[in-house]
Design a protein around this ligand. Sequence first.
Ligand SMILES: Nc1ncnc2c1ncn2[C@@H]1O[C@H](COP(=O)(O)OP(=O)(O)OP(=O)(O)O)[C@@H](O)[C@H]1O
Ligand SMILES: [Mg+2]
Length: 264
Amino acid sequence: MPLNIRTYRDLTEADRSGLVDQIVAQRRRVADRLATVRRVLAVLSGKGGVGKSFVTAGLARALVRGGRATGVLDADFNGPTIPSLLDLPVARSTFHDDAIEPAMSPEGVRCFSMALLLEDGRPLAFRGPETEGHVWRETLEAAALREFLADVAWGTLDQLLVDLPPGVQRFQELTELLAVPPAVLAVTIPTAESRDAVRRALHGAVERKARLLGVVENMVGGPFTGSAADELAAEFGIPVLARIPWHPTPDVWDAIALSVRSTS
Ligand SMILES: Nc1ncnc2c1ncn2[C@@H]1O[C@H](COP(=O)(O)OP(=O)(O)OP(=O)(O)O)[C@@H](O)[C@H]1O
Ligand SMILES: [Mg+2]
């Protein structure tokens, strides 16, 4: 059963120019809101469960320890984990008339996540037609990303880290909303399977003219074998910024923060 919405092609000329105006206005709102953010850094993998969120949170903490104003936008709307990784399990964001104040972690990382809007433990449910649910969900998730980028008042930041969900879709949506493509930090585990998924994601990022900062290899020294990071680094001409063992200590994160800072 078709959705009861019009596609772009169905629009009349008048509607169509209205739509273009709206898109231009929204992009302008995002640009205005991010004017005080020096750079946006997307943490991407293409593969699920390799530690994107873990790396994002550890890196953000270390950047703040090193004196860098840092925010994290949790762009995983269905599996938001950043608040608990930053020890913000029950924090709530504050709303003003035209802005959302990010929450502040105990260490001073500014954070915004769908988890800060949802009642504890309840999954995200968009209202929409029962059929074609995935199409509806994707559309609304893209809209949520746009609203968050336009409405969260980060203040002055050296960097905004964006923790992406698995897959490549959210990265594409993010890139379309920003005036300049985000810088990309790729996270992989050592295996060939992870390498192949990250390779696809990195090709997508290169196509969108994003700057690749480097690759981080996570879960090193455990059961996973392979040399994904070295192979990806050679293939894309980028550095291996870090190799993260299981349960890294703060000094490991501090070293990673330094190498990420050296890419700015
Ligand atoms: N180096 C590590 N040492 C110990 N635990 C880790 C490490 N890296 C990740 N983890 C744990 O592994 C699990 C998966 O990590 P995480 O949620 O960050 O992956 P992800 O790539 O963000 O997953 P998703 O694709 O679902 O967003 C989490 O429980 C995380 O705390
Ligand atoms: Mg995650």
